[in-house]
Design a protein around this ligand. Structure first.
Ligand SMILES: [Zn+2]
Length: 313
């Protein structure tokens, strides 16, 4: 994950100077490496090596493997209001007990935007007057979904999404079968979100991304039947078709904007084509959510998109 480097440097120096706040809130959209950074910071706080975190000692390894007795992780991917007050009660029960093997205890609370209001209010007390040995690391997608009082008791660090180039470089490091061209395309298709792009690649969605990228070219050649055939073989579920539409939207949108600015783009799309495509995709997405047959939506899409990219039917 390339973007966290700078933030890690900042946190390291704050920590070295003894200025790290007892409550840190890491804000960033999904896929920017919030949890990774939270674990890294927990290691940096507890690791006793000269260069902290060393990622090598027993402290660092235990934290990485989720079995350090002084690092507790709560919350996760449960969705809205899935983070309940029971977890906060659990924290309160152990908060004032001395650490087990380190000098400090670290509580990592992931996706606190999923906390119920009741849980957020209960957490406030602990954030307000924690014992000296306790540290809190919170992550969230957007601080606006939290109570002001939680934010004011924390120091907020924001993870910016990586630029397209950073995302492409990280993808090439991660996947040896990616050419530079593929990596750049994926970066554009996922709006620079490395986590989302990586997951899609691992879940075998690459062909859908590549089809989205080829779509304008196929249609310019007047081969809407080729697009229809590939769509029906690759998009067998509503989720597949939504994925195709989202990637096509990102690719045409980004390439249209970049082209208007005179930049090189991995796919040739004019700004006007991008606008028209986005309109069709919005209607397509609505149709996917409703109970229309996939075949019908796919042939409708081929027809509409042909109109944009100048293909003949
Ligand atoms: Zn270490």
């Amino acid at each position: 994950m390339p973007v966290t480097k700078e933030l890690k440097r900042t946190l390291s120096s704050v920590l070295d100077e003894g200025l790290l706040s007892h409550a840190v809130l890491i804000e960033g959209e999904k896929g920017t490496g919030r949890k990774e950074l939270a674990l890294w910071l927990a290691k940096a706080i507890l690791c006793r090596s000269e260069k902290r975190p060393c990622e090598n000692c027993s402290v660092c390894r235990k934290i990485e493997n989720g079995n350090h007795p002084d690092v507790e992780i709560f919350g996760g991917e449960g969705g809205a209001r899935s983070f309940h007050i029971e977890s906060i009660r659990e924290i309160k029960n152990s908060l004032w007990l001395a650490p087990n093997e380190s000098e400090q205890k670290v509580y990592i609370l992931l996706n606190v935007e999923n906390m119920t209001a009741e849980a957020q209010n209960a957490l406030l007390k602990s954030l307000e007057e924690p014992p000296a040995h306790a540290r809190f690391i919170l992550t969230c997608d957007n601080r606006r979904s939290l109570l002001d009082t939680i934010i004011s008791r924390s120091t907020v660090y924001t993870l910016e999404p990586p630029t397209g180039d950073e995302c492409a470089a990280a993808l090439m490091d991660e996947f040896s079968d990616f050419s530079e061209k593929d990596a750049k395309l994926f970066a554009v298709a996922y709006g620079g979100n490395f986590g989302a792009a990586k997951q899609a690649k691992e879940e075998g969605k690459a062909d859908i991304v590549f089809l989205a990228a080829k779509t304008p070219e196929i249609l310019r050649k007047g081969e809407s039947y080729t697009l229809a055939a590939e769509l029906s073989s690759l998009c067998k579920t509503r989720a597949d078709l939504s994925e195709y539409l989202e990637r096509l939207l990102n690719i045409t949108g980004r390439c249209g904007i970049d082209r208007a600015a005179g930049k090189n783009t991995p796919v040739r799309v004019t700004p006007i084509e991008a606008v028209k495509t986005s309109d069709i995709i919005e209607r397509g997405k609505t149709a996917v959510l409703q109970n229309c047959s996939l075949e019908l939506i796919e042939s409708w899409l081929c027809m509409e998109l042909s109109g944009v990219f100048g293909g003949n039917l």
